[in-house]
Design a protein around this ligand. Structure first.
Ligand code: PXG
Length: 292
């Protein structure tokens, strides 16, 4: 099998040779940031939005990305080309770089940049018609006063603990609540509620990442002559929803059919969810930045 070509610090290397130091603070402390980006039909989807968020995450953690935006843009496209891919997933990572065993980032002189482009299939098609079984979990979303959930950092232990708890319940995704008991988001997805033909989603300030797919839902809603309202949501609001769905770069738009043992809808994606899935898929096919 042909190895993937990985971009790392200005070079393309075969996957077995793509290595970072054991002294890299991305590894030692989760000190770094990333983006997960999809490309469809030879075009990088919502590319500028992902770069905007990456630069915002960098600014928030006082990390200087050691490349101009235009060069990073080109490196991402070239990584797709080097692997002859037209549909897949990009992981763009910037770590604090190599330092010593102290956590002080001042010792890290050169951030590490690497880019992986590969194929992905997160959920089987059945999930998009029938939905996922999810659970709320005891691990709370980290508070914005501790580490802002708006930063897409390499520090995912909060989400991973929630995922582990969901796994223990046999759930396909886990929903995290914030410290006030309001719904925040899932481990790698935002959440939406449909009730009596109205659409709701948690505020970003309730502990949700400002998801790029989440933001797209607001645009698609306008196309559909609908409105999405940002509100505080409780578990009760999830239990009595007519429809629930998740959004994320990996998951795309995926219905939920059960939450904490409460059935949602008829067992098939509800009409509003189906409409979002349809409009989302159209967008993926007719927009994006050309790779070739
Ligand atoms: N919340 C969290 C905590 C996330 O990590 C989202 C929401 C959705 O955001 P976007 O911008 O993707 O609509 C994410 C997405 C993956 C993957 O492979 C995705 C994320 C993290 C790790 C893996 O789907 N982030």
């Amino acid at each position: 099998m042909q190895h993937l070509k990985i971009y790392i610090d200005g070079q393309f290397v075969d996957e077995p040779d793509a290595k970072v130091s054991v002294f890299d603070h991305g590894l030692l402390y989760g000190d770094g940031i990333f983006e997960g980006i999809r490309f469809y039909n030879g075009r990088v989807f919502l590319f500028e939005e992902h770069l905007d968020r990456l630069f915002d995450s960098a600014k928030a953690i006082l990390l200087t990305i050691p490349m101009e935006r235009a060069a990073l843009h080109e490196a991402v496209l070239e990584t797709c080309r080097q692997n002859n891919l037209r549909d897949g997933y990009i992981r763009l990572v910037v770590t604090r770089g190599k330092g010593d065993l102290g956590l002080n980032p001042n010792k890290c002189k050169q951030p590490t940049v690497f880019i992986i482009a590969t194929t992905i299939e997160l959920y089987p098609e059945k999930c998009y018609t029938e939905g996922l079984r999810v659970n709320t979990v005891p691990t709370q979303r980290v508070s914005a006063a501790a580490v802002s959930p708006a930063i897409k950092s390499l520090n995912y232990l909060n989400n991973i603990l929630a995922k582990i708890e969901g796994n223990l319940y046999g759930a396909q995704e886990s929903i995290l609540l914030n410290q006030q008991g309001f719904v925040a988001e899932c481990t790698a997805d935002n959440i939406f509620v449909v009730k009596q033909d109205k659409i709701f989603t948690p505020h970003v300030s309730d502990g949700a990442l400002g998801g790029i797919t989440r933001r797209l839902m607001f645009d698609l809603a306008r196309e559909m002559n609908r409105e999405i309202r940002e509100v505080n949501l409780t578990r009760y609001d999830l239990f009595v929803a007519d429809e629930l769905f998740l959004t994320g770069t990996g998951a795309e738009v995926v219905p939920i059919n059960e939450v904490d043992g409460r059935k949602i809808g008829s067992g098939l994606a509800g009409p509003v969810t189906q409409q979002f899935i349809k409009h989302f898929r159209q967008r993926t096919q007719n927009s994006g930045v050309a790779i070739y």
